[in-house]
Design a protein. Structure first.
Length: 113
């Protein structure tokens, strides 16, 4: 069992290092190409696009919900849970107006051609 724990620990440390390096490279790419862009270098193609993401305010969302029991389902402003409630028609888009800010999040996709 010690070997399993040791390997798990080792892989988690490696995962952390990889995630940090990926984030560093992501920042470098976005500094070079800050907007939507497509670049090619050697056999690699990099596509930078932007995705809209809603960031909800807990207090505004709580006040906007018609039934405070719904808040128990959400418990915090979680976009995934809120989208689920929208799809189930438990709440409507009109209720959510003014409870969130839309942010443009850069998405980087690198392919080997």
């Amino acid at each position: 069992m010690e070997q399993i724990f040791a390997r798990y620990y080792e892989l988690k440390q490696l995962q952390k290092e990889i995630e940090e390096e990926v984030e560093t490279l992501r920042k470098q790419i976005l500094e070079l190409y800050p907007g939507p862009y497509t670049a090619e270098s050697g056999p690699y193609k990099c596509i930078i696009s932007y995705q809209e993401r809603k960031e909800y305010d807990d207090n505004l969302l709580y006040k906007a919900l018609p039934d405070k029991e719904i808040w128990r389902l959400v418990s915090k402003a979680d976009a995934g849970k809120i989208n689920g409630l929208l799809k189930l028609n438990v709440i409507s888009d009109e209720i959510l107006q003014g409870t969130y800010v839309v942010r443009q999040i850069p998405v980087i996709k690198v392919q080997k051609t």
